[in-house]
Write a protein that binds this ligand. Structure first.
Ligand SMILES: Cc1cc2nc3c(=O)[nH]c(=O)nc-3n(C[C@H](O)[C@H](O)[C@H](O)COP(=O)(O)OP(=O)(O)OC[C@H]3O[C@@H](n4cnc5c(N)ncnc54)[C@H](O)[C@@H]3O)c2cc1C
Length: 510
């Protein structure tokens, strides 16, 4: 991770929350650039004020009322708008305030955070993406100004969803639609962890990583993660010849190393889980995101891929989820499967049931140790309130109904809502995005506008060329010609070997 990024923003947010102080982040000449560079927020509001200015003092409660919605660990709408301020009456900030032509107080600006990095503003500056705000004199006016900019309808009385009014694990369909963001975050975090542990270090781990990417490229619910995974997959032979990856230095982003790739795109906002946000900082987050990523993958695969998806997920957790107890337990559950999966229903229900086994175990542990999140107690899921038809009786499931429910919950509601940025990037990026899309299997019927249909048709042509190139690359992979390789992932007997702990057996098989 870049050192300044989330830690600065989180530290500031947490310190403020602990002390019951402000939610808007007070910046100075030293941290100004790094905070704007590293914030996961998409937009920023920046207030220039002077602490001696009485009007500024009176405005502060208004500004804070809006900042409460967007900043800090208790934000109601986290990760969207960074609200910051700079005190121009502090000597070290004088130059900074001059760069923004501040002549009176308070003054508010709006813009994408990155534009504030090393940024400036002048009254004659027409084309700047940094906008001088007007109509912000009360909290109502300020929020409606923001709403207009981003097309939202937030209210000052909005409450943090999920935490207070209902039992959150009974989350409704509205809430799961927010989970796409968390799945993206978890995907990127998993990739970061792999990099920081240099975890792809052998042909076995390399194969496991490739197979997981092969699952993500067509089935990840986020378009930008499909695209990022496709880019890594395309370049994998160069990045990791014979399973020896070039990682680059931990601190530097070097070209042509795994570190120079972003599995969900360079601009993914980081640092805030939403659906998976715990009521305490140390709970939920990544592991919750990982679960919902796996569930969302399972409901998107086709029948013929179910055994492949099962082994890809089992191997991925076994090799790359760096929680020993977790992976060992999950590995045991993988090993206990004796019959190969034939239908996607099999893996959807297996994963659901495996997750419930973990819930059941943790429920006891957390109760006795007091380590759980009090607002998100572990439970057998889905509870009756969320899916009444899933229950035949209080202890018996109707598996057909559970399957239907999971398909809907993790399928339809979790469709990528991210539009392609601006011009869509370089030609190569567009082709890769098209390839990722081309391979994506839609799980729900969407009405495709004519323009989009044409674009898809064009992308298909590009994809043809790309697929050709890809196939040539794949052909060079020795194990694709190796009958053992194919057999290994097509028979359950071989699955058992995949999870075998016996290194010599695995070596023989290799
Ligand atoms: C593979 C794996 C193994 C793990 N093993 C362990 C372990 O051994 N010990 C340990 O302490 N922690 C383990 N964890 C972490 C633990 O399972 C939780 O992820 C963590 O405690 C956070 O819990 P949570 O409340 O966010 O809900 P999570 O259990 O993370 O669930 C996330 C969300 O998924 C939904 N959900 C819950 N159950 C199901 C289900 N059965 N099917 C579909 N959706 C469901 C709910 O909406 C829930 O909020 C593991 C995590 C993973 C990914």
């Amino acid at each position: 991770f870049s050192p300044g990024s989330r830690s600065i923003l989180r530290d500031i947010g947490n310190a403020i929350a602990d002390d019951q102080k402000d939610n808007a982040i007070e910046l100075n000449a030293t941290n100004f650039d790094s905070v704007f560079r590293d914030t996961p927020a998409k937009y920023a509001v920046l207030e220039f004020f002077a602490h001696w200015c009485p009007a500024c003092r009176n405005y502060k409660p208004h500004y804070e009322k809006v900042a409460r919605l967007f900043n800090g660990p208790d934000a109601v709408h986290p990760g969207l708008v960074l609200m910051a301020r700079v005190d121009c009456a502090v000597k070290m900030n004088v130059k900074l305030c001059d760069k923004f032509s501040i002549t009176h107080y308070p003054v508010l600006f709006w813009g994408p955070p990155r534009k504030f990095v090393g940024g400036s503003w002048g009254p004659k500056q027409d084309k700047s993406e940094i906008i001088l705000m007007d109509d912000w004199r009360t909290s109502d006016l300020l929020l409606s100004w923001i709403n207009k900019q981003i097309g939202s309808s937030y209210g000052l009385d909005d409450q943090k969803f999920g935490n207070d009014h209902l039992l959150p694990n009974m989350s409704d369909h509205e809430q799961i639609s927010q989970a796409l963001y968390d799945i993206e975050e978890a995907t990127e975090e998993a990739f970061d962890i792999i990099l920081s542990h240099k975890a792809i270090k052998s042909s076995e781990t390399s194969t496991s990583f490739i197979r997981f990417l092969q699952l993500l490229v067509p089935h990840h619910p986020s378009k930008r993660c499909r695209k990022g995974s496709a880019e890594i997959l395309l370049n994998f032979d160069e990045l990791c010849p014979l399973g020896e990856c070039s990682y680059g230095h931990d601190s530097a982003v070097e070209n042509n190393t795994l570190r120079s790739f972003h599995i969900c795109g360079k601009d993914l906002p980081r640092g805030y889980y939403m659906f998976c946000r715990g009521s305490k900082n140390e709970t939920r987050g990544f592991s919750c995101g990982l679960w919902i990523m796996m569930h969302s993958l399972s409901v998107r695969i086709e029948d013929g891929e179910s055994q492949f998806a099962f082994t890809a997920i089992c191997d991925f957790i076994n090799n790359f989820f760096m929680c020993d107890e977790c992976r060992q337990h999950f590995h045991d559950m993988c090993l206990s499967v004796k019959t190969p999966f034939k239908k996607s229903r099999d893996i959807v229900l297996w994963l659901w049931s495996a997750h419930n086994k973990v819930n059941e175990r943790l429920k006891k542990d957390e109760a006795s140790l007091g380590t759980g999140d009090p607002k998100f107690p572990k439970m057998i899921w889905p509870p009756k309130q969320l899916c009444p038809s899933c229950y035949l009786s209080s202890t018996d499931w109707d598996h057909d109904e559970v399957y239907k429910f999971l398909k809907k919950y993790y399928g339809e509601k979790l469709v990528s809502s991210h539009k392609k940025n601006g011009d869509g990037g370089s030609k190569e990026e567009v082709v890769v995005a098209a390839a990722a899309d081309e391979m994506a299997v839609p799980t729900n019927a969407l009405v495709v506008p004519v323009g989009a249909a044409l674009a898809i048709a064009l992308a298909s042509c590009a994809f043809g060329a790309l697929a050709c190139y890809w196939r040539t690359q794949q052909k060079n992979r020795k194990y694709y010609h190796n009958p053992h390789y194919l057999k290994r992932y097509n028979s359950n007997f071989m699955v058992m070997n995949t999870f075998s702990n016996n290194e010599s057996e695995r070596e023989k098989e290799r």
